[in-house]
Design a protein around this ligand. Structure first.
Ligand code: AMP
Length: 399
């Protein structure tokens, strides 16, 4: 299973177009877009000055840059929603451990310009399907809603006051963040904090009626699609821009770093970055984590033909024969390391080649690696025919 190919097929069929944004952006974009009080912006960004004295940052996540591109290229004038997907490297200055790297790869999908709950459900189901096709094991989906920015602001105050009342039982980090970002207390592993959070007021119980309805609509569509999910009032996610739906897929087959991918709505972000009011929803999934959580083996790539070069003088002719075999659609490798003839045959066997084409000065021979039979070939066309036949017979890569 090839993850990027599968993503292109799956997302393409649902109307998502590929987009590529730069690997680095103005630091300001992430500071404003991701949120000043998030772990990412506070301590995980690779930030440096370029030769012009500008502060730039290697992208730690995809959404802010996609929103910037949406605004900069006037995509709000296109028919909405605008659906985009991308993949590439991301960078976070975190302590490396199993499943956590300072450079990692993400697949990312975003749909901008609509608050329709079917988009949230579509997004979630697309990621579920991608994980399923990738063979990810023991996958669980949690979902929640953070309401609108106003609901969240009021709730933050309420939660902040509650945390102040229990300050003595909280971790230092959580206490230090009470005023700036109290919701992050839900992510804490600190035992005292966890006990306090069990009794904390829940944002889910403070949702405005239209936000609760939106969440219900998303969940009904997931139910209709047979997508199991767990409502988790403690799911806040580490980025500040989320509103309404948030979700996360985890795998119980992984250790501490169990997040395969997640996302949510960010209805205020485009406007916050200077664009028109634009509701939007998106997700990002970690490629390395998905591979770690799946049984998928690296696909075997057996060559149909291996072109042997008995004498160095024959290399130029052999090169031409290899090119013709490839042009005929046969996976072909050739000798390129100066091995002895015996060594070349052993190497071809190790690669699992169906035939070895022996290119002499005037003659051509084809050795079937399964039967061991060796036959002369009149010309390259006959080599192609013999190699194709042998490849088909062994179930190898056929033209
Ligand atoms: P986030 O934007 O933090 O929700 O990240 C989305 C996904 O990217 C996570 O669920 C992980 O699969 C992956 N991811 C995030 N940070 C890392 C990292 N440092 N190393 C490897 N994968 C990561």
């Amino acid at each position: 299973m090839e993850l990027l190919g599968t993503s292109a097929e799956l997302l393409g069929a649902a109307g998502y177009e590929p987009i590529e944004t730069p690997v680095f952006e103005d630091t300001e974009l992430f500071a404003r877009g991701v949120g000043e009080t998030t772990d990412i912006v506070e301590k995980e960004m690779f930030t440096f000055e370029d030769l012009g004295g500008r502060s730039v940052t290697l992208r730690p996540e995809a959404t802010a840059a996609v929103c910037r591109a949406y605004v900069e290229h006037g995509m709000h004038k296109l028919p909405q929603p605008v659906k985009l997907w991308s993949s590439g490297p991301f960078f976070r200055y975190e302590a490396p451990q199993a499943g956590r790297f300072r450079q990692f790869a993400q697949i990312d999908a975003e749909a901008l310009g609509s608050d329709d709950p079917s988009l949230d459900a579509e997004m979630i189901l697309l990621l579920a399907e991608l994980l399923e096709r990738a063979g990810a094991r023991d996958v669980r989906l949690r979902i929640s809603s953070l309401g609108t920015a106003a609901t969240r602001r009021d709730y933050s105050q309420e939660l902040g006051a509650y945390l102040r009342d229990h300050e003595g039982e909280l971790s230092e980090t959580v206490t230090a963040r009470i005023d700036r970002n109290p919701l992050r207390a839900f992510d804490s592993d600190h035992p005292g904090t966890r006990r306090v959070m069990e009794r904390a007021p829940r944002l889910l119980e403070r949702l405005a009626p239209e936000d609760a309805e939106h969440l219900d609509a998303v969940r009904h569509m997931l139910d209709d699609a047979g997508q199991e999910h767990e409502l988790d009032a403690g799911l806040v996610r580490g980025l500040d821009y989320y509103t309404r739906t948030v979700f996360e897929f985890t795998s119980d087959a992984l250790g501490a770093q169990s997040g395969l991918g997640g996302g949510g709505r960010y209805d205020a972000l485009v406007e916050q970055l200077g664009g028109p009011p634009t509701p939007a929803v998106g997700w990002a999934a970690g490629v390395e984590r998905i591979l770690l959580a799946s049984d998928a083996d690296v696909p075997e790539r057996r060559p149909a033909a291996f072109v042997a070069v008995p004498k160095a003088e024959g290399a130029r002719r052999a090169f031409g024969v290899a090119r013709e075999l490839r042009a005929a659609g046969l996976a072909t490798q050739m000798e390129q390391a100066g091995r002895s003839v015996k060594g070349q045959l052993r190497h071809a066997d190790r690669l699992g080649a169906c035939v070895v084409v022996i290119v002499g000065e005037d003659e051509l021979e084809v050795k079937d690696m399964r039967s061991g039979e060796q036959r002369p070939a009149a010309d390259v066309a006959e080599v192609v025919r013999l190699a194709s036949e042998a490849s088909r017979a062994t179930g190898g890569p056929a033209p």
